[in-house]
Design a protein around this ligand. Structure first.
Ligand code: NDP
Ligand code: 2IT
Length: 447
């Protein structure tokens, strides 16, 4: 799909003003391609320059993060928090610790987050943060010192009504603990709502750990239902072996599917009997080791070092590692091998060429900003529990999550129909998310 001629100059301006930020350009382009028909129905959005404003973050913070490693050497990393849009609520979004992080990655993630958060129907704006810090191979003490230094700058920018960070790649319960501890110490405030993904003993919510993977699987289940189908008996491939991947595999199994492959950045495991999820949890969550050790326990399982997981035939593919992990060629291979549904647990895991392959093949394709919104939605449920100093049961919270995913699915589905693109969840998600934020921005005047 191309960009409408009224929107094209806005995209050009984004390219000119943000040189070199290729992932940000990609994320903006994908949303802008859906917006031509929106301006026809809503000329007021053009008058108020809503698209131009939405592409410019409200605030971008870049800071030095010095820390001392276990050998006594001083290390310097770069920290980011991009507070993209607060029309619907406090900035909300995770923090990514990965060596590939630079401003263009944080801005693509922050931009996606605006529309994702709008789709949840909950009062949260969009933001994202992180650092080029590489947690791999670091001791707990090094991770703690890094997190403390990171928060020593970040604390002044965040707050339960201002900006509420959470986890993403490389940031899980351990890191949120160190970050929350330092925030509490510096501010002298026990302010639960300032971070989400907290431990269950200190303000966390049940289901938050599982939420992104469970939510993405619920979303795919809804897409399958529309096609009179289900997970029952389906062979699935789930990339990654981190938080999103693990709980995607768990929910797939609960719904009657079988995941035969998962991965990390070094290779993938193929287990035709179905991945043993408890073993993956043990390896990744407790021992913090690489996925290849899975094959030490199960001799029938194969580890393919450096392999491409998308060559494994499956009916449902759920990319749950990182951006641009499925290219056009991978997408063609998946479709050729009989894939009928793709649900993105990761953010922007499919390149534009890959997305085109899925849409042209008319398979059920759930883009990240819709399919993986269960994580941030459950973060918003954690904020609700914090605000009323309550904690809900697992079953109740999971039910809320499932209802939210069903609503997101029907919103995307109906919006796609309304905008003349039936079955196209990319159009549905972009248009529905955008309109909600745009209406609020119009109401607020020029700010
Ligand atoms: P984790 O850090 O728990 O796991 C990340 C997994 O992805 C690891 O297996 C990792 O392998 C792999 N991975 C990371 N970077 C790369 C890379 N460059 N190439 C290949 N594999 C890679 O992160 P999450 O599971 O939390 O996040 C996974 C994805 O889901 C991300 O795109 C994230 O933005 C998205 N997401 C996360 C949410 C959450 O609540 N956590 C919510 C919504 C989306 P290795 O160990 O080798 O790096
Ligand atoms: O990409 C995402 O939505 C997340 N990493 C979760 C954000 C959050 O605030 O829970």
């Amino acid at each position: 799909m191309g960009i409408d001629e009224k929107v094209e100059p806005i995209y050009k301006e984004v390219l000119d003003r943000n040189p070199g930020e290729v992932e940000f350009h990609q994320a903006v382009r994908e949303v802008l391609e859906s917006l031509g028909p929106v301006l026809v129905k809503h000329p007021e959005f053009a008058d108020h320059k809503i698209i131009e404003r939405i592409c410019e973050p409200e605030r971008q913070i870049i800071f030095r993060v010095p820390w001392v490693d276990d050998k006594g050497n001083v290390q310097i990393n770069r920290g980011f928090r991009v507070e993209f849009n607060s029309a619907l609520g406090p900035y909300k979004g995770g923090m990514r610790f990965h060596p590939s992080v630079y401003l263009g990655i944080i801005k693509f993630l922050g931009f996606e987050q605006i529309f994702k958060n709008a789709l949840t129907g909950l009062p949260i704006g969009g933001g994202k943060g992180g650092s080029d810090f590489d947690p791999k191979g670091k001791s707990d003490a090094e991770v703690m010192r890094f997190c403390q230094s990171f928060m020593t700058e970040l604390y002044r920018h965040i707050g339960e009504h201002t900006d509420v960070p959470a986890g993403d790649i490389g940031v899980g319960g351990r890191e949120i603990g160190y970050l929350f501890g330092q925030y509490k110490r510096i501010t002298n405030r026990w302010e639960a709502g300032v971070l989400t993904g907290k431990g269950l003993d200190w303000g966390g919510s049940l289901v938050r750990t599982e939420a992104t993977g469970y939510g993405a699987t619920f979303f795919v289940d809804e897409m399958l239902k529309v096609r009179n189908d289900s997970f029952e008996g389906k062979t699935c491939v789930v990339s990654g072996s981190g938080n999103v991947s693990i709980y995607t595999m768990e929910k797939i199994a609960q719904l009657g599917g079988k995941t035969v492959a998962c991965s990390d950045s070094n290779g993938y495991i193929y287990d035709e009997k179905g991945i043993d999820i408890e073993l993956v949890k043990q390896i990744k969550e407790i021992e913090r080791r690489r996925i290849k050790v899975y094959a030490n326990t199960y001799k029938h399982a194969k580890y393919i070092s450096g392999g491409n997981i998308w060559e494994v035939p499956c009916q449902v593919a759920m990319p749950s590692a990182t951006q641009n992990e499925i290219n056009g060629k991978d997408a063609k291979e998946l479709v050729k091998n009989g894939c009928i549904a793709v649900g993105e647990g990761a953010n922007m895991p499919t390149t534009p060429e890959g997305v085109k392959v899925f849409l042209d093949a008319n398979i059920a394709y759930g883009p990240g900003k819709a399919a993986n919104a269960g994580g941030v939605a459950t973060s918003a449920l954690e904020m609700q529990q914090n605000a009323c100093r309550d904690s809900w049961t697992f079953d109740y919270t999971e039910k809320r999550l499932q209802d939210i995913m069903r609503n997101i699915h029907s919103t995307c589905y109906e919006t796609a129909e309304e905008y003349g693109a039936p079955g196209n969840y990319v159009t549905g998600a972009n248009v529905a998310g955008f309109i909600k934020v745009a209406n609020a921005m119009v109401a607020f005047g020029v700010i």
